[in-house]
Design a protein around this ligand. Structure first.
Ligand code: MF3
Ligand code: CO
Ligand code: CO
Length: 313
């Protein structure tokens, strides 16, 4: 049976049991509708565990972000500047009434997406760089739809690339999917890093440790931390149904070490100038297993094999 609360005067003892005067305790909260006896005693819901309507919010944001990736795909050819890619992202997003999460992120990121060519590991700022035959470029998109974030990235081959480059891109893509396929409800986060590290080591490539995947939802970056190597500390976190997070391994040809551009404060390079590749998906852990929210219809799917397109005369 629901109890109706008696109207308390400011000097009465507060209803919550604190023993304080009402005016020193819950008066102001009650006036703003912020607190009820029911809410005070109800078990607090873990905000990281999404219910069905919230999951649908993330599904829509992920699908929208993936659609944008598909839109960009045909433009990523030799001769385009990374700035032009950014303009396409901005126009497509704004035409649909959505928001690019990176613009002004932490009060300073200056663009609508990240474009990271060749030896740029991540967070490359779109600019005057002209993509050329043989390059690779990671395009990382984050769209906010109705307050929910979709986040994904893909490494594109620009024209024909070398065999060594293909091997790096394939390894990174496979490592991401091995990690997705390694987890189920109540898995530990460390299983992600173990799958990625095992695969990269087999191919004598290195896994970046300085940047990680992350929880995602109404916020761009939140708990849990998702390291792409077997991290004993963050690795103990349990992946419960309802959690949303990214898996976004960065894999390098040479050293795993990175350096941050001191001038722009964002661009991350490999310490030795060798190539780096990355793929990212937003994942919802459901009661049945991981659901990939950002799979593009025309993009590489699980098991994809990267090849050089035959050159037509
Ligand atoms: N999209 C990146 C990620 O996967 C974050 C970019 S933040 C920016 O988490 F400010 F560099 F754009
Ligand atoms: Co991310
Ligand atoms: Co991203």
């Amino acid at each position: 049976m629901k109890e109706t609360r008696q109207k308390l005067g400011p000097n009465d003892v507060c209803w919550c049991g604190s023993g304080k005067k009402y005016k020193k305790c819950h008066l102001s909260a009650d006036a703003h509708g912020a607190s009820t006896p029911e809410a005070e005693t109800a078990p607090k819901r873990d905000p990281l565990l999404l219910n069905e309507p919230e999951r649908n919010g993330m599904r829509k944001a992920g699908a929208t972000n993936a659609e944008l990736m598909d839109y960009l795909r045909d433009f990523i050819v030799p001769g385009i500047t990374t700035k032009r890619i950014d303009e396409l992202v901005a126009d497509w997003t704004h035409a649909r009434g959505h928001v690019c999460a990176t613009l002004n992120y932490r009060g300073s990121y200056p663009a609508h997406c990240c474009t990271s060519p060749n030896h740029v590991v991540c967070h490359g700022i779109p600019g005057s760089y002209v993509l050329k035959e043989g390059d690779i470029v990671n395009v990382d998109l984050t769209t906010i739809v109705d307050g929910w974030h979709g986040d994904q990235s893909e490494t594109f081959l620009v024209g024909q690339v070398s065999e060594e480059t293909l091997r790096l891109v394939q390894c990174t893509f496979d490592a991401m999917w091995l990690a997705i396929d390694a987890i189920k409800p109540y898995s530990k986060v460390i299983e992600i890093g173990q799958a990625i590290k095992r695969h990269a080591s087999r191919l004598e490539l290195s896994v970046v440790e300085d940047y990680q995947g992350h929880g995602i939802g109404r916020k761009f970056h939140q708990r849990p931390h998702i390291p792409h190597f077997p991290d004993r500390y963050h690795g103990q976190q349990i992946l419960e149904p309802g959690m949303c997070f990214t898996i976004e391994p960065m894999i390098n040809q040479g050293t795993k070490r990175t350096v941050l551009d001191r001038k722009d404060g964002w661009t991350v390079y490999t310490a030795d100038g060798k190539l780096s590749a990355q793929f990212e998906h937003t994942i919802l852990m459901t009661e049945k297993g991981p659901e990939v929210l950002t799979q593009p219809k025309r993009g590489p799917a699980r098991g994809h094999k990267f090849t050089n397109q035959a050159v037509t005369a």
